[in-house]
Write a protein that binds this ligand. Structure first.
Ligand code: DP6
Length: 321
């Protein structure tokens, strides 16, 4: 086999990771729960290039100056697999890159899966998750389908809590701005860890938020899941805001969009929202309500575009040759 193509989808955190215990090994300081979606896709083709001196990474058709955050992942994979062959890694996203839509998570997950297959490494789930985490702390979650737990209390074990067919949910991504973010999650997290007076409390509350979210998922209780997810999101953005320098990924358009979503909820529609390290808002709702919500949200001046996705599958190989 000389090339493999794999795809992976973004995942959006409902109980969020913001802060690391180990910057070098990129280990999150807290557990997280996410939802892997479909429709938005990172596609990575990896091909063996014996004539090349080193790995080369192209993102959306552009050669990158270096391997950036992929380097630790590729170093780990080549070490575990005893692989010494240079590759060309070509990744494409069918959605805006680095605008708070988890493009690094899906990108890294697709690379890990393609590399594992190309070199027939036979990695365990635990090893795949470790490789992905070295690239991005949220990337292990894109390896898995549905609602996913990344459990820091249990050696960073990552697994599905509910499969896509066990709870048909939809996500409406409200794009308010598609510019690249000014401060990366990586930098922002370190600033918060070092300076936010709320950081310690944020670490402490994680276990309780994880427990409540797991219960809500077990009971398939969207309202309960939404309450804890919104509380968790609010606390993360407070940690960011109280950092020095203060970090704020939400814009006026983000706030307008959230207000409109809350008005829709007051009219009796079961939904909740979440915002990550960017100005976009994600609405989680029952699949049967997604059309109606999308229609109402798309007419807002603060929303440039909406994308609707369902709960999706984990990273997988799509082509070998
Ligand atoms: C706000 O996983 O992008 O989306 O590990 O430094 O690559 P690195 O950070 P990243 O951070 C995700 C932050 C978040 C919350 C989450 O997805 O849990």
């Amino acid at each position: 086999m000389s090339e493999v193509t794999a795809i992976a989808h973004p995942n959006f955190a409902l109980i969020k990771y913001w802060g690391k215990t180990d910057f070098v090994n990129n280990i999150p300081a807290m557990s997280s729960i996410s939802l892997t979606i479909d429709t938005l896709t990172s596609t990575t083709k990896i091909s063996q290039q014996p004539e090349m001196q080193e790995n080369i990474w192209e993102l959306n058709g552009e050669r990158q100056p270096d391997l950036g955050q992929l380097l630790p992942t590729l170093d780990y994979l080549s070490k575990v697999g005893k692989v010494n062959e240079p590759c060309l890694i070509q990744s494409d996203n069918n959605f805006p890159t680095a605008a708070g839509l988890a493009s690094s998570a899906s990108g890294v997950a697709s690379i890990v899966v393609a590399y594992n297959s190309l070199f027939d490494l036979g990695l365990t789930n635990q090893q795949m998750a470790k490789a992905a985490m070295l690239g991005s702390g949220s990337a292990p979650r894109s390896l898995f389908p549905g609602l996913v737990l990344l459990d820091i209390e249990n050696q960073c074990d990552c697994h599905t809590l509910a499969e896509p067919n066990q709870w048909p949910l939809s996500v409406i991504v409200c794009i308010t701005d598609d510019q690249r973010k000014t401060i990366s999650s990586r930098e922002g997290m370190e600033i918060s860890r070092k300076t936010s007076p709320l950081y310690k409390a944020w670490l402490k509350v994680n276990a309780s938020h994880i427990k409540q979210a797991k219960n809500a998922i077990n009971e398939r209780n969207l309202r309960a899941l939404g309450q804890i997810a919104e509380e968790n999101c609010k606390q993360m953005h407070e940690v960011m805001r109280t950092s020095n320098p203060s970090i704020n990924y939400m814009t006026n358009k983000t706030i307008n969009c959230i207000n409109a979503i809350e008005t829709i909820r007051s009219s009796g529609v079961d939904l909740f929202h979440t915002v990550d390290a960017g100005p976009q808002v994600k609405i989680i709702c029952k699949t049967e309500d997604s059309g109606l919500i999308q229609k109402r949200i798309s007419s807002l001046p603060s929303v440039r575009q909406t994308l609707v996705a369902n709960i999706g599958y984990g990273a997988r190989v799509v082509n070998e040759g």
